[in-house]
Design a protein around this ligand. Sequence first.
Ligand code: ADP
Ligand code: MG
Length: 251
Amino acid sequence: MNAHTTLHGRHGSPAIEASGLVKRFKSGRAFVEVLKGVSFDARHGDLTMVMGPSGSGKSTLIAALSGLLKPEEGRVDALDVDDLWKLSSSRIDKFRLANCGFIFQGFNLFPSLTALQQVETVLKYQGLSKSQARKQATLSLEEVGLGHRLNQRPSALSGGEKQRVAIARALAKNPKILFADEPTSALDGENGQVVIRLLRRAATEHGAAVICVTHDPRLEAWADRVIHIEDGVIIDDQRRIPNPDAVLASH
Ligand code: ADP
Ligand code: MG
């Protein structure tokens, strides 16, 4: 078993639990409440999909769950940490670095770095030696099918390949919690399917708690659980049987 197949917690055990999250933003002189008392949990081994229209609070929820944006009210318990928001900001940063992976719609790659370097950089931050980082980054890129693109920079990669680099970078550190914010929105059906299948595998094979927010209902097919959010309120939460072989038709 290499580092890539290490399981985190038992499948089905809780990875993150939030209760009563309230987030307000100032808008002119008034405050707009974007999360209106959201309670949420996600488990190891699950692909938990949070669906909602644009502006419903999905990105804000990810930010509040992952220690990026402090909510005005509510608490987040994550892995072995009780009340994440009670920690100092440097402890929160450390928690995130050690345990969380992120995938965004816009890929967020460094333009000047090769695929290999994008992944190596994160691993070196985590304290791996140069040679360990290179080895693990290569494995991780091979796992997403990019073993032949290691030395390409983002400008030479397609959108689908860029997102696979971002996924390799997120998975290389074997995160216990993986956050994906609209990971397929910038991709065509075929590349979107590659990406959602990789997220499915991160949950099934790595035991990560994968939390994927999207406004694309077609992604539901791969989910163990679908939560609907509208206007800062969770309106529905259902478990389902995922179909890892579902087909994502092109738009
Ligand atoms: P979603 O990801 O579901 O599209 P967001 O969480 O990004 O929704 O945003 C929810 C609402 O909060 C939107 O109306 C958005 O305009 C508002 N919002 C998000 N971030 C900020 C901010 N930093 N300042 C003010 N309003 C914000
Ligand atoms: Mg968003």
